[in-house]
Design a protein around this ligand. Sequence first.
Ligand code: ZN
Ligand code: ZN
Length: 264
Amino acid sequence: MSLRFSVLASGSTGNSVYVETKNQRFLIDAGLSGKKIEECFKKIDISPKELDGIFVTHEHSDHIKGVGILARKYNLPIYANKRTWLAMEKALGEISLDQRFHFEVGEVKTFADLDVESFGVSHDAAEPMFFTFHNNNRKLAIVTDTGYVSERIKGITKGANAFVFESNHDMDMLRMGKYPWNVKRRILGDEGHVSNVDAGLALAEILSDDPADVYLAHLSLDNNMKELAKMTVHQTLEEKGFEIGRQVKLYDTDPFSPTPLVSV
Ligand SMILES: [Zn+2]
Ligand SMILES: [Zn+2]
């Protein structure tokens, strides 16, 4: 029971996931203010002082807003690929050289008892990537901010015991909503975000007969609702023969409060 995680915050307003093993503690993105992230940490009874670093997926502000502040305050190493470093450098502010680390797409890095594998996603950023985390035969996969779930992503995340998985928008809410056409086109495009239905369809191909916990993440504030996302993914998976509630458990995430710290 040594791989644990909490989705500290998730949604278009800011994203951050905390992952820990017995010996390692990391943040994946810090897309809220440093203060808000500290508040989230308080709620799960963890001190950010104990962090070993921050992995950055891409340079969009809902993923990096608090990265510079937290890295300076707690003297944390930051891991990102070269192109993301270039794209986010200005927004982070002053980061000393000994806190800058490269983590390229497709690389596997080992941090004591934690193995981390990165993989590319299709999104309108410099070189966006997400991660799987491995410890003691347990596996956590985090995938958000992708226009579609490629065969490669399905392959890499297969076999995970827990997923933080994008379920960004309801197609009808987005189509009929107030967003200008170019923004709608961006979200619906190949480098945008995954809809509720597409999340369900992708998960149906990724999940096996083994039990899995799925945390629906990065919900749009304007074009989605927790219940709607859950219901749509639920129905889609059920139509594909999955037993929801027993074999597959679906969980919410929240833009402002963390999910409980649980074992993978
Ligand atoms: Zn993004
Ligand atoms: Zn995002």
